[in-house]
Design a protein around this ligand. Structure first.
Ligand code: NAG
Ligand code: NAG
Length: 367
């Protein structure tokens, strides 16, 4: 008898929280969708953020408002290409050891970048392969003897143990070095576009060999085997999400914190959104939150110029002042918004820098 009311109350509470949770998750999935994500990423590992992404992120954050004005929101100035999403894909390929290595071979490695996370509507505008070595130089095979780097595109699945990998691969790059540089970059935009449209992505083959010349045969391949452990490769891909960059070609000023003068008139109000408050700190790397602001206030008769109203809104306030019951006041809504950049892990543990339009309220108006 005593238990019943409290049982009912807790049941009601449970139902209410379940309903609220459903509402929340619906809201969240709508929000994620508007951010171009189908599900909330849950990265398994929090790998290091590539320097280049940090650099671009920091630069955008600290741009003075005047230069932001000139920049196109859907353009990556650093590479001078259209785009609002920059991803760095880690290499998932493996070293290839098939039997006895040819004499002059230092290393042969399959490079594989899984581009399947790119959405249909994203237009790929740049793909750049970076090969990094931890030393600027390493033991030179022999005096005056250089190295050769070759990059092939696989066009046929190389089965393990297949002895002749030369078949089914197409030479993309061939370079000779007297000394390797710490970092080498290669433009693979054409290849990456092709992977997405015409042919399957079967990866690349990277080969580094000693130059064949006089004296090399005497040394064998012992001189350069240590390269293996120094190698780090990644693919930086810039894309343009047509859906998100379609509408906004407006020029903007960057957000300044709205004034804090008390007023009941329509104006931007301070709102800081913290990503940890919405449970997103696990996948958003930076920023931790941002000043989003919102619009609130009255749009009374007579509307002044500061209220950024339309002719329609002016007429509506006039009608409202004559017939307050029949016609409402115009609404206080955002009339100018500015973008922010977000650095995050996607569901495949890649690091992504993405530019989002219309995230900050700069100005409000009566509409
Ligand atoms: C590429 O990633 C997708 C998930 O994003 C996965 O389903 C697919 O199996 C991956 N492909 C390869 C070859 O690893
Ligand atoms: C209306 O726009 C002007 C500049 O165009 C701005 O200074 C003002 O704050 C805006 N008004 C509101 C209510 O945001």
């Amino acid at each position: 008898m005593w238990l019943l009311p409290s049982f009912q109350a807790s049941l009601a509470w449970a139902l209410l929280s379940a309903a609220l949770a459903t509402q929340l998750s619906l809201q969240e999935s709508l929000l994620l969708k508007s951010l171009g994500l189908s599900t909330k990423p849950s990265p398994k590992t929090h790998g290091p953020v590539p320097c280049v992404l940090w650099r671009i992120f920091q630069r955008r954050k600290t741009l003075p408002s005047t230069s932001k004005d000139l920049g196109d929101a859907c353009r990556v100035e650093e590479f001078n290409v259209p785009g609002n999403i920059i991803r760095v894909f880690a290499d998932q390929g493996h070293f290839i050891h098939n039997g006895q290595p040819p004499r002059l071979l230092c290393l042969r490695k399959r490079l594989y970048f899984n581009l399947s996370v790119l959405e249909e509507d994203e237009r790929l505008t740049m793909a750049q392969l970076e090969i990094k070595f931890s030393h600027n130089s390493y033991p030179s095979p022999s005096q005056g003897q250089g190295l050769e780097l070759r990059l092939y595109r696989s066009s046929r699945l190389a089965l393990q143990g297949t002895p002749a990998p030369e078949r089914g691969q197409k030479l993309l790059v061939e370079r000779s070095f007297v000394q390797l540089h710490k970092s080498l970059v290669f433009d693979l935009s054409g290849v990456a576009k092709d992977w997405r449209t015409h042919s399957r992505n079967l990866g690349l083959i990277l080969e580094i060999t000693e130059s064949s010349g006089d004296g090399a045969s005497a040394l064998g391949s012992g001189g350069c085997t240590s390269i293996n452990s120094f190698l780090d490769t990644s693919l930086l891909v810039v894309t343009l999400s047509q859906q998100q960059c379609r509408a906004s070609r407006r020029r903007r000023r960057s957000a300044e914190p709205p004034p804090v003068t008390p007023s009941s008139l329509c104006k931007p109000r301070r709102l800081y959104i913290s990503f940890s408050d919405v449970g997103w700190e696990n996948w958003i790397i930076a920023p931790q939150g941002y000043l989003a602001n919102y619009c609130l206030g009255e749009c009374p008769f007579p509307l002044t110029a500061e209220l950024n109203s339309t002719n329609h809104a002016i007429l509506q306030t006039m009608v409202h002042s004559l017939d307050p019951e029949g016609t409402p006041q115009p609404c206080c809504v955002p009339v100018r918004l500015s973008p922010i950049s977000i650095l995050y892990y996607d569901n495949s543990d890649n690091v992504v820098l993405r530019h989002y339009e219309d995230m900050v309220v700069d100005e409000c108006g009566c509409r």
